[in-house]
Design a protein around this ligand. Structure first.
Ligand code: AHR
Length: 309
C-alpha cells in the first residue's frame, strides 16, 4: 500500500494527448458528484482527453462503456466499479486489447492480478473501524445493551461490504453493542430517509440508540426522518456517518450528526498522474490509499472552513 503524498516529477510526458476512458458508476450521492467533478477538472488541467460514461448504477452499462472505450482505442481505461463481483471476463477483453486499466474508488474481485495496473481508493474497512471506535468511546459510560441501526450502501459494493465488516469486527468483542436493525438504502438521501422512517415505525422499545450510516447522504435523509418522528438527532439517536461532505459537516455543527469519518472523493489529480505514469512506462504501486481523518462535533467548525465538496 502506497500512502499518498508521493508525487514524483513527470519529465518525459508523451507529446500526443493521452485519451482516458472512464466508466463512472453513477451519481447517487454528493460524494459521487464531487468525485466526477474532480476527475473532469483534473483531466482538463493535465491535458488528458477524458471520455466519461455514467453507468447509473448498472454493471451492464459499465461493460458497454468499457467495450466502447476498446473500440475507440483509448490509451488507458479507468473504472469505478458499482459492485465487486463479475469483472474478470470484461477485464480479460481489455487485456486482450492491450489497454491498461486503473481501478478507482471501489475494488474488483478478480483472481488474476494482472488485469489491472493499480487500485486507487480509500480503505473502506478502516473507515468502518474508525466509526466503531468513535461509538465505543462515545457510549463507554452506558451500561448497555446499546442498540444500533445500520444503513447499508449498495449491496455487493466494496464500501458497503468493507464498512460493515470493519465496524462489526471492531464491536464484536463487546457484547453490550448489538446491531438490531440493518437495511440497504443504496447510498441515497431519499432511501436513507425512507429506511430510517421504517426503523422508527417499529415499537418505541425497538428504536435504536445509535445510527451507523455507510454514507452522508443516507445519514442526512435519516436525520429528517428522526426529526419527523419527534426525536432530536444527535441526542436521542447518536449518528455516525462516512464521507465528510459539506452538508454533513454543517449538520454536525447544528448538533444533528455526531461524527463523520472522512472518505476523500478528490481522486482526479491522482488518477491523471497515474494515467501519465502508465503512459511513460513507470511502475505503479498496486494499491494507493489517500490519507483520511475523522471529524466530530468538536472539530466540525474548523473543518467547515475549507471543505471542498
Ligand atoms: O464508493 C464511495 C461511496 O460511494 C461513498 O461513500 C458514497 O457516498 C458513494 O455513493
Amino acid at each position: 500500500t502506497q500512502q499518498l503524498g508521493w508525487i514524483p516529477p513527470l519529465d518525459d510526458s508523451p507529446t500526443d494527448p493521452i485519451v482516458l476512458g472512464f466508466s463512472q458508476l453513477g451519481s447517487e450521492s454528493n460524494w459521487r458528484n464531487a468525485n466526477t467533478l474532480s476527475i473532469v477538472d483534473a483531466a482538463k488541467e493535465s491535458g488528458i482527453t477524458l471520455i466519461m460514461e455514467n453507468a447509473e448504477q448498472s454493471q451492464e452499462k459499465q461493460f458497454e462503456a468499457i467495450r466502447s472505450f476498446i473500440r475507440k482505442k483509448v490509451d488507458v481505461i479507468a473504472i469505478a466499479p458499482v459492485v465487486q463481483k463479475g469483472w474478470e471476463p470484461i477485464l480479460q477483453e481489455v487485456k486482450k486489447a492491450g489497454i491498461p486499466v486503473i481501478v478507482l474508488d471501489r475494488s474488483v474481485n478478480v483472481d488474476d492480478g494482472s488485469l489491472y495496473v493499480t487500485f486507487i481508493g480509500s480503505d473502506f474497512y478502516e473507515e468502518g473501524v474508525k466509526a466503531a471506535k468513535y461509538m465505543l468511546d462515545k457510549m463507554r459510560h452506558l451500561p448497555g445493551p446499546v442498540t444500533i441501526a445500520e444503513l447499508e450502501g449498495t449491496i455487493g459494493s466494496t464500501p458497503s461490504i468493507d464498512r460493515g465488516r470493519g465496524f462489526r469486527d471492531t464491536i464484536k468483542a463487546n457484547s453490550r453493542f448489538q446491531i438490531t436493525q440493518i437495511l440497504p438504502a443504496n447510498f441515497t438521501e431519499v432511501q436513507g430517509r425512507a429506511v430510517m422512517k421504517a426503523f422508527l415505525e417499529k415499537p418505541r422499545e425497538e428504536w435504536p440508540q445509535v445510527l451507523y450510516s455507510h454514507n452522508d447522504d443516507m445519514a442526512l435523509g435519516a436525520v429528517e426522518a428522526i426529526e419527523e418522528a419527534g426525536l432530536t438527532p444527535g441526542q436521542d439517536i447518536i449518528i455516525i456517518s462516512i464521507d465528510g461532505t459539506r452538508r454533513a459537516v454543517d449538520s454536525m455543527i447544528q448538533g444533528k450528526i455526531n461524527a463523520v469519518v472522512e472518505c476523500n472523493p478528490l481522486l482526479g489529480p491522482l488518477l491523471m498522474q497515474a494515467t501519465k505514469e502508465i503512459m511513460t512506462g513507470r511502475t505503479l504501486p498496486k494499491r494507493m490509499v489517500p490519507p483520511e481523518d475523522i471529524f466530530t462535533q468538536e472539530t466540525a467548525a474548523v473543518e467547515a472552513q475549507d471543505r471542498k465538496y
